[in-house]
Design a protein around this ligand. Structure first.
Ligand SMILES: *Cc1c(COP(=O)(O)O)cnc(C)c1O
Length: 396
């Protein structure tokens, strides 16, 4: 066995001693959460270990105790053989795209993806010689995969889309894509890895903005990419290494803490959201409610077959009114914050139309498209708040 080096504690100057003071290894007591281990430098036990990457973690960027705990908990939830962490949800998407695409490849991207995902495809992937083609999220799996070309390497989807909520039958898409040697990726932030598990349905890469439901408190950024297949996971891990992503130990700890209450929060927020959605359907100012858990929704069958429940995010369409009326509605809300993002414990509202400008296959709605995120407040208070805001809409 190689000798483990020790540091002298006597016979050296005070400034030298202070550099090492307090560094004696202490036994960690067992707490409920993992230790928040901070470190760039990892001290190795002996010279042989310095270049022995197979047996030792040699640098903190790869993640220490809290990161390992979070990765293994996420892998358990996603049914993955491994998970990579990224400093934001967007970084998880861009990191995964860079991991599997190369110059000359084509990627098919659902037209309903998160707007910054589209920006990355247009501004960065194209610059590096990857062809990007947007596809209608309303295509059937057969139509979608049939539209792939010989250079199509990846189909990137978001189901349901986080503004317009179209869902894809991902099991069917991934089976057809696999038969043609095409990889599939989905942004599963809505399904949160708990309500829906893409890898179990054959999708190759499951992405989440952990910032949303896993974090759950609107105060930490992080993203994850999960995979089952060894070659895909290896490509994701190498690209994290190549691109230099890393996340802070405190943030990994916070994410793991959020994960503990994820099912409970989703259950409550999903139930309140569905009750609010049903209530909205009966309001005279509302033209349509877009929520996959409603039987009236065009994607209800996919949702009921594949999902354990629904989260707190859904859309609705107001009957056409004067342009100022949308602002009057939003400004009248007292309990709903006006803000992007979602997945926290608080309710939020936005109007979505300004984000749809770049879409190729945008549907025409009967009036303004709105989005609500339902938090942990009481259902009756949220409904009362919406009712008085609808009054303001009607009066404007
Ligand atoms: C918020 C969001 C992201 C990006 O997550 P960040 O952590 O904010 O970068 C990606 N996809 C969807 C659907 C989102 O809502």
């Amino acid at each position: 066995m190689a000798q483990v080096r020790t540091t002298p504690s006597t016979g050296i100057a005070e400034e030298t001693r202070l550099i090492r003071a307090g560094a004696k290894a202490c036994d960690l007591v067992k707490t409920v959460g993992p230790p928040i281990q901070k470190g760039s430098t990892v001290l190795l036990p002996n010279a042989a270990a310095l270049y022995d990457d197979d047996n030792h973690l040699t640098y903190g960027r790869a993640g220490l105790a809290a990161h390992q705990a979070l990765k293994s908990a996420l892998a358990e939830m996603e049914g993955a053989s491994g998970v990579c962490l990224y400093p934001s949800g967007l970084a998880a998407i861009t990191g995964a795209l860079l991991a599997v695409l190369k110059a000359g490849d084509e990627v098919l991207v659902a037209d309903n993806v998160y707007k910054p995902t589209r920006r990355f495809c247009d501004n960065v992937l194209r610059r590096y010689g990857v062809a990007v083609r947007y596809v209608d999220p309303r295509l059937s799996p057969e139509e979608l995969v049939a539209s792939a070309s010989d250079s199509t390497r990846l189909i990137a989807l978001e189901s349901p889309g986080s503004l317009t909520f179209e869902m894809m039958d991902l099991a069917a898409v991934s089976a057809l894509a696999r038969a043609r040697g095409i990889l599939t990726l989905t942004d599963n932030t809505w399904g949160a890895g708990y309500l829906y598990k893409p890898l179990e349905h054959g999708v190759d890469i499951s992405i989440q903005a952990l910032t949303k439901y896993v974090g759950g408190h609107s105060d930490v950024f992080m993203g994850s990419a999960a995979a089952r297949d060894a070659a895909v996971l290896n490509a994701l891990e190498s690209s994290v290494h190549d691109l230099g992503w890393s996340v802070a130990a405190e943030d990994a700890y916070q994410m793991l803490r959020g994960l503990r209450t994820l099912p409970t929060r989703l259950e409550r927020q999903g139930a309140t959201a569905l009750a609010v959605a049903e209530w909205l359907q009966a309001q005279p100012e509302v033209a349509e409610v877009i929520h996959p858990a409603l039987p009236s929704d065009p994607d209800h069958a996919i949702w009921s077959r594949d999902y354990k429940g629904a989260c707190g995010l859904f859309g609705f369409v107001l009957k056409a009114g004067r342009p100022e009326a949308v602002d009057a509605f939003l400004n009248a809300l007292q309990l709903f914050g006006l803000g992007f993002s979602w997945g926290g414990f608080e309710s939020l509202a936005i109007h979505s139309d300004p984000q749809l400008g770049k879409r190729k296959y945008a549907r025409a709605y009967a009036g303004p498209l709105m989005r609500l995120h339902i938090g942990l407040e009481a259902e009756e208070d949220l409904i009362a708040d919406l009712r008085q805001a609808l009054d303001a809409y009607a009066a404007a």
